[in-house]
Design a protein around this ligand. Structure first.
Ligand code: ZN
Length: 256
């Protein structure tokens, strides 16, 4: 049976050295690729190094929005790095808007984050690379506005959560979303999988982020995706093999 998977969103650089070694050593033949996304410049550098060491590791470079905004100078440094290494990069990411940070601090300068995101979208367009987005709930509509404004089609909303209207709009625009192992126990995610077209889905772990249910207390590992795929096949009422094949093809089509 075809059972190849690509983890479409993992933060390899955020594991401790020891954990990362353990993870990389324990990958079996079913894991054909890992897309490692970056938190900031240092993280981008580390992910680039990892991709040079292992040919199944594909780095994305970017700035995770759930942190203090970058100064113009820092942003410029990150942009030069991306431009210099764009041939080795699979996408721009992870970028987006700080939804969770805004819940804690309503005085956050959202406009500044939106401007930074716009610049990343322009850069992705210019370099002809996909973009990996952290954009959930009401932020997603805002991000859709920007993507539409720049006519940016190759958008991957990772671990998406949001309202059905925005989901509809994302579907129509041909955006992809990726599903984490919480599809085993999170009703909201199960509902999204039910509604979103199988042809626009990918799978991911967002590791080292931890999960609950059967994954509680376990180090997040790309092999957890096998369990996710069984759950997705069940929700979509298709065979497990068909589910593997389609999700693999989607990721190949979108990124490679
Ligand atoms: Zn992430």
């Amino acid at each position: 049976m075809f059972n190849q998977i690509i983890d479409s969103h993992i933060h390899l650089d955020l594991y401790s050295d020891k954990q990362r070694q353990k993870l990389l050593k324990s990958l079996d033949h079913t894991i054909s690729g890992l897309i490692t996304v970056s938190f900031h410049l240092e993280s981008s550098k580390q992910n680039l190094e990892l991709s040079r060491e292992f040919d199944f590791i594909h780095p994305a470079f970017g700035f995770h929005p759930e942190q203090e905004i970058l100064s113009d100078q820092e942003l410029e440094k990150l942009f030069s790095f991306i431009i210099e290494h764009h041939n080795e990069m699979i996408a721009i990411g992870e970028v987006g808007l700080p939804y969770y940070k805004k819940q804690e601090d309503h005085t956050l300068p959202y406009e500044a984050y939106i401007e930074v995101l716009e610049q990343f979208i322009k850069l992705a367009k210019k370099l002809d690379k996909p973009i990996i987005l952290h954009s959930i709930y009401e932020d997603a509509a805002l991000v859709c506005n920007i993507l539409e404004e720049y006519n940016m089609k190759n958008a991957h909303f990772h671990w998406f959560k949001g309202d059905p209207f925005t989901l509809e709009r994302m579907m129509r625009n041909g955006y992809y979303i990726s599903i984490t192992p919480d599809v085993l126990y999170e009703r909201e995610i199960i509902q999204i999988v039910r509604n979103y077209p199988l042809e626009q889905l990918m799978v991911e772990t967002d590791g080292p982020w931890g999960f609950e249910g059967p994954f509680s207390q376990k180090m997040t590992h790309p092999s957890m995706i096998h369990t996710s795929i069984r759950a997705i096949a069940d929700i979509k009422k298709i065979s497990i093999e068909q589910c593997y094949q389609q999700l693999f093809n989607n990721t190949k089509y979108f990124y490679f």
